[in-house]
Write a protein that binds this ligand. Structure first.
Ligand code: ZN
Length: 365
């Protein structure tokens, strides 16, 4: 029922439109026009999130969502199809994350219309800035959404693997203020901010803490010259866990490590901690989980309910009262020049979405 040629054409067209996070205006206009041509009523908000609603359908509203922005080396993408696999020419990412999700949604809307298939009223949400800590979704006024539950297309892996759990994330930013001094003439007058940061980083946990908890220091910046005791270092990192109590404890221990190091050297510490997004875990009996799992089984996929190590817009929607399952489009090695997607997987993900959507209409859920 899915038209693979048309789906691939749509996907290729989308990846050729540059859309780094923060520069989504052109793709936003393109998608708005496409949704309107499919008969959806559209609106966009101040940051550029696009919402389209079907004007027909029965039962409770169903959210279908993907993000329009990309990250990495993501301008001037030239997609290449070889042996049934779509990749970039090797100089950029492909943008299957998440244009494969957007393309699958557009294809499903097209098929529903073309064949007058039953479906629930559909609320299509295509966000901006997902790659910047779910920025777009977090800016949305979720009370304006009508959906009762949803399907987010933004994962890789086998098509039958459904993401039903994801971690919370804390963004961490530390500024260590030391005292500068001439490194040769009077180093004893200085407080070396790099030394303070280094001691803190060595003392804190790093990498995988346990099966559902991780942390990382990703950026460190500071110092002005070889012969100056540095008076300022900025350290940027993150911590994640699917267990909020563990995340609270981990973040507290990282802040404590920085504070202890600062205290030891009489340096001053500025610490900023922000809970970027919230963990969730959907039960097997959640209607949207059951519906998507049943559709996947019907199509012959081996179904697995799995946890993800990363957040998606589903974290935001689920926290806002709209439980969302994340399905795979088969995207692989995202954010790298090796990013690719098999045409068969892209088609299978659209088929899964179509089957789930039509089944939900039959069940009246
Ligand atoms: Zn994504």
């Amino acid at each position: 029922m899915i038209n693979t040629d048309r789906l691939v054409r749509t996907f290729l067209e989308l990846v050729r439109i540059d859309s780094p996070s923060g520069y989504e205006a052109e793709i936003g206009r393109h998608l708005e026009a496409r949704l309107q041509r499919l008969g959806l009523a559209t609106e966009s908000d101040a940051v550029g999130n696009l919402v389209g609603r079907t004007t027909d359908g029965r039962g409770p509203w169903l959210l279908l969502s993907a993000h329009m922005d990309t990250v990495g080396s993501d301008r001037g993408i030239r997609p290449v199809i070889r042996d049934g696999v779509i990749a970039s020419d090797g100089t950029t990412i492909l943008g299957a994350d998440d244009k494969s999700g957007v393309a699958a949604i557009l294809e499903v809307l097209t098929v529903l219309q073309e064949q007058s298939l039953p479906h629930p009223p559909l609320e299509v949400v295509i966000t901006v800035g997902e790659e910047r800590g779910l920025y777009g979704a977090r800016q949305m006024d979720l009370r304006r959404l009508r959906a009762r539950h949803g399907i987010v297309l933004d994962a890789g892996g086998p098509i039958g693997h459904l993401v039903v759990s994801a971690p919370s994330q804390d963004s961490l930013r530390f500024v260590v203020h030391g005292v500068s001094a001439h490194a040769g003439a009077e180093p004893e007058k200085g407080i070396n901010a790099i030394r303070v940061a280094a001691e803190a980083i060595v003392a804190m946990p790093m990498g995988r803490v346990d099966a559902e908890t991780t942390c990382n220091i990703g950026i460190i910046e500071g110092g002005t010259a070889r012969n100056v005791v540095p008076d300022r270092v900025t350290v940027i990192g993150e911590a994640r866990s699917r267990d909020n109590a563990k995340l609270d404890a981990l973040t507290a221990s990282i802040v404590a490590a920085f504070q202890a190091a600062a205290d030891r050297h009489a340096a001053r510490l500025e610490a900023q901690v922000e809970r970027t997004y919230h963990a969730y875990r959907l039960g097997e009996d959640e209607p949207i989980v059951q519906a998507v799992a049943a559709a996947a089984r019907r199509l012959g996929h081996e179904v697995r309910l799995r946890a993800s190590g990363g957040g998606t817009d589903a974290n935001v929607f689920t926290a806002g009262g709209i439980p969302c399952v994340v399905i795979s489009t088969g995207m692989a090695e995202v954010h790298t020049p090796n990013e690719r997607i098999a045409v068969a997987d892209l088609t299978a993900s659209a088929e899964l979405l179509l089957t789930a959507v039509t089944a939900l209409a039959e069940r009246g859920e």
